[in-house]
Design a protein around this ligand. Sequence first.
Ligand code: GLC
Length: 604
Amino acid sequence: MALPEASLCLDHKLLPSSGANYGKQRSLGLVELRYSLRTLGNGIRRCGFRSVSFCSTDERKNLSKRSCFLRCKCQKADSVSGKTNVNNVQELNQLLQSDGEGFTDGNINGVGTVDGRKIEEEAWDLLKESVVYYCGNPIGTIAASDTSGSSILNYDQVFIRDFIPSGIAFLLKGEYDIVRNFVLHTLQLQSWEKTMDCHSPGQGLMPASFKVRTVPLDGDDSVTEDVLDPDFGEAAIGRVAPVDSGLWWIILLRAYGKCTGDLSVQERVDVQTGIKMILKLCLADGFDMFPTLLVTDGSCMIDRRMGIHGHPLEIQALFYSALLCAREMLAPEDASADLLRALNNRLVALSFHIREYYWIDMKKLNEIYRYKTEEYSYDAVNKFNIYPDQIPSWLVDFMPARGGYLIGNLQPAHMDFRFFSLGNLWSIVGGLATVEQSHAILDLVEEKWSELVADMPLKICYPALEGQEWRIITGSDPKNTAWSYHNGGSWPTLLWQLTVACMKMNRPEIAEKAVLLAERRISRDKWPEYYDTRRARFIGKQSRLFQTWSIAGYLVAKLLLGNPSAAKVLITEEDSELVNAFSCMLSANPRKRGRKGFKQPFII
Ligand code: GLC
């Protein structure tokens, strides 16, 4: 399909200020160009630069002055936004000492006094430098800008999931264009004909990442064009399917509308179609008996084999949140009636399933410990035939008297008892967990601070797989050794999800304490992707530096601490219809009979 050619006067402001991946475009110093958009047979989106004029040397000097000026201006504007209540090491010490976690002399690992504002300013500069441009417009942020020599792999691409904190940071800062461009351009990638060994993924799948390539136009070296090259997993390590991308896309789209008040994007016909395509893919019938989404291993933030195939919590939490967001945005029309009905039914069944069967605390654990097995009946208590011997010994010590959490995965005769941070936090944010469960999850984070947070927030999961278990479950993955990377590593980016969850539950002090901990090291360590060891003491073995979502995650946390009500753009709550339907399900459940008097508004 060829789209009409259009002309664009490129504002100098739009030209990137640094970064290797768009060097060609920069050195050309384009100031005016004509472009056309077209789709090539190989599925690459092309934006051709037809006529180009170049900057004179003086103009180029001016240009670099301008981008410098912009950066300085941003620093000034940004410096007023950080308003945490605790702002230095002494205060952090007091906070931590009250938990028996204090530092000996206020000089942590030789860091000395930490200036949160400076770190924030640096983070904004780095985030702006990570911006990737397409046809002169900001379209996303590069995964990492690490020039330290470790192999780039695909860290020079824009990852959908990695861009979410960047997008939220820009939205909260009032910089809307980049998010709008991201949403609309990734939408165009959605319906790509991509195949792996002759097989195409389902229509509606969003790519894991994309790269903007600047290439000579039709063999003419003097003129270049930008092309968008998506990766749906067909080039990714392990060929993993990015199930989370479309769900995050819907969540970001809603946040854009909430933040800007501009609903015209979500109302566009192509955007409405995009939402429906994602929903259709997720709501399609399969062989499954559960309302949870069935996925292969590595289909989310943990994009390698880690034993999270089946019904991992992270995907369910994002699924639920995306369903609620989509429900808010879908235009009411006859053609969508069936889809909306399916969506509503799924919401109720999904929340019931997760709240009932994924939840564990001391009481539930004791119940599982005494489970009878091999129950053949409709009203079995131990529905999934869990053998009590599965309760791992670490859990007996880990489970605090106060608090609880949603387990990582549930399958027939299998409970994955590991604690996965993102799944639990997003269950709070999206309302998949009940209010009591949400508080209990945050109680657990407080009670188990030294296990889950320790020296750097936040463990991606707890505990790590070791020995034989590691060999079997990860396939002896040398990157995922115990307490490293996805296997119990600590990821600073998770700060933002922690902060949104804390804001929703009105417990900002937890996020505040975590942000202060991060500030002790994160900038000095050059914004690593992840940390290793039980207490997150080392920068990760193969961790990238200047990882954009570590930077953006920190910024979102700071912005929300300064303005807690802004968290609303990400939070979803159940409405009365859903609460009512959920109560009906509860009263229909043999274990919870006795609650009567609710009408069932949805067909379940
Ligand atoms: C790693 C992470 C993944 C992230 C990617 C780019 O593969 O596991 O979640 O999107 O790096 O940062």
